[in-house]
Each structure stands twice: as C-alpha cells, then as structure tokens.
Ligand binder design. Structure first.
Ligand code: NAP
Length: 173
C-alpha cells in the first residue's frame, strides 16, 4: 500500500491543484493533503483560514476514489526540522509530490522519495491570478471547483480579500 503526501497553501484551492490531486490518486492508494501555512489568514496573499481551506478541499475531494486526509500544517521557523514537524501531524507516508524546491530539498535530505508535480496549465490556474481577479472584480469562479465557489461565497471571502488588500496598501503609505 502506498500513501502519498501533497502540500500547498491553497489560497484558494483551484483546478490546477485539483488536476494534480486526481493524477496522484491514480498512482497511489491513499493521499494526505497538507494545508500549508495553516496559521495564516486575513492577508492579501493568504486570505482564507485553515478551517476554510479544509472545507474547500473536503468538499472538492468528495468524489476522489481513494482514501484521503486533509490536515492543516503550521509553518515553523526551523526548516531543518520541518519534515519531522510534518511527520508528527500526519499518518506515515512513503512518497511526496511537490514542485516546490524547498519542499523537495527538505524531504530528499530526509531520505523520502519525492516526485515532481508541476501545476496543470500554470498560466491559467494560479492562486495569485485568482486573488487578483477577486480584488479587481473580474470573473474567477470558472477557475475553481463549484464547491470552492460556494465556500468563498458563504464566508464573503471576496469582500474579506478586498478589505485586507486595501489595508495592506494603506500600511505601505
Ligand atoms: P506555496 O507557498 O503554496 O506556493 C508557492 C507558489 O508555487 C505559488 O505561486 C503556488 O501557486 C505555486 N505552486 C504550488 N504548487 C505548484 C505546483 N505543483 N507547480 C507549480 N507551481 C506551484 O508552496 P507549496 O509548495 O504549494 O506549499 C508549501 C507549503 O509548505 C507552504 O505553506 C510553505 O510555507 C510550507 N513550508 C513550510 C516550511 C517551514 O515551516 N519551515 C518549510 C517548507 C515548506 P498557487 O498559488 O496557484 O498554489
């Protein structure tokens, strides 16, 4: 049995992440999805709480054909012990899927098998681009699963993002 680990900030969860997760699900028996930077929220680059992101993923992955776990993982100051930090919060896993150079480096140094997972149509599906569209009032709903649209509407997430982005630009004055 192979259990895999995949981590992202998912601010918000979009079809690029969704496509990767569906591909991983064809290769392994179980998947742990880590919600990275779980302590962050209400910032222009990290507007959604860990709980809101858990809900986005939980709903979007309802029909994933393998057993999966969605777990928040806070950042820590020490990169050198981050892999142990992750391991203490997750079931055991044998393989990591990531495209993040730091994540790949840290897991490889710990002897964990890492597979590269570039995002699907990166120029189209990007958290940064989706947040920009939300702030500027452009359409963004087609870039994320329907269940994610519902979560963001339920929490009035677009207005939150606009408000925290406005306070960011005030603080730089
Ligand atoms: P991330 O910080 O969520 O994403 C960084 C950038 O890479 C974003 O623009 C993201 O796009 C993009 N990206 C995400 N997945 C990608 C992929 N498969 N292919 C191409 N681009 C991709 O980084 P992450 O790797 O997704 O998540 C790593 C998490 O681990 C972060 O929360 C990080 O803080 C945490 N971490 C913590 C420590 C520590 O605490 N010491 C150490 C290492 C890592 P989108 O915005 O579209 O997703």
């Amino acid at each position: 049995m192979t259990r895999a680990f995949y981590i992202g900030r998912f601010q918000p969860y979009h079809f690029g992440h969704h496509t990767i997760i569906k591909q991983i699900a064809e290769e392994v028996d179980e998947l742990i999805v880590g919600i990275g930077s779980a302590q962050k929220s209400h910032e222009s680059t990290d507007p959604f709480t860990a709980g809101e992101r858990v809900l986005m993923l939980y709903n979007a992955l309802e029909n994933l054909p393998i057993r999966h776990y969605v777990l928040p993982i806070e950042d820590i100051r020490y990169n050198s012990i981050w892999v142990h930090h992750v391991a203490s919060r997750t079931p055991n896993f044998e393989v990591v899927y990531s495209n993040n150079p730091l994540v790949i480096q840290l897991f490889r140094e710990s002897g964990v098998c890492v597979k590269q997972s570039p995002l699907y149509i990166r120029e189209r599906y990007s958290g940064t681009e989706i947040r920009r569209r939300m702030v500027s009032g452009e359409k963004w709903e087609h870039l994320v699963p329907k269940s994610v649209v519902e979560v963001i509407k339920e929490i009035d997430g677009v207005n939150r993002l606009r408000n925290v982005s406005a306070s960011d630009s005030n603080s730089s004055l």
